[in-house]
Design a protein. Sequence first.
Lengths: 114, 115
Amino acid sequence: AQSVTQLGSHVSVSEGALVLLRCNYSSSVPPYLFWYVQYPNQGLQLLLKYTSAATLVKGINGFEAEFKKSETSFHLTKPSAHMSDAAEYFCAVSRMEYGNKLVFGAGTILRVKS
Amino acid sequence: EAQVTQNPRYLITVTGKKLTVTCSQNMNHEYMSWYRQDPGLGLRQIYYSMNVEVTDKGDVPEGYKVSRKEKRNFPLILESPSPNQTSLYFCASSLRSLAGGNEQFFGPGTRLTVL
């Protein structure tokens, strides 16, 4: 069974600092990987996804993630945090055997300090 | 505007009182799914549907029912709600893909409290 591990349930950064949210997956076959963001009282919005076209994936709002097969990781980064980035972030995977099913990590709440 | 809508957004009910949460999408998506979100657990799939009249269990289906009579609608039914079903529920839809990899579009969520 595939699983997704997000290291750190809460991450706090200062405005303007680097954002790094960690995601590791367990899979013997490279899966499809996603990062979603959830702002307070809203649904989930896709930030970016990896589908094997390129290992460095750029998403919306200045976020990007790098797929590293050797480390089974797909960490999310942003060079400079904004107050508006405060939200909960979810890493998710899907695989061919499971069709459209998404398996989510537990989520990481990002706090941005002024 | 392309969207997934859910109703109601908030619901407080009592144990055993049947309820339905509606979900509708206007993107002509074949695939629809229900998730529940609980603190520290992320989102877990309850049921999904690959097309009209085709539904199947997800990871946490106990206590829930669904139906897919029309392509756009995918209601979630709790026939006898219990307090452990207190949660935040999301409906999602996407184009169907046997290989996976399609973006899923999420509704705004329904916060359910069962007393």
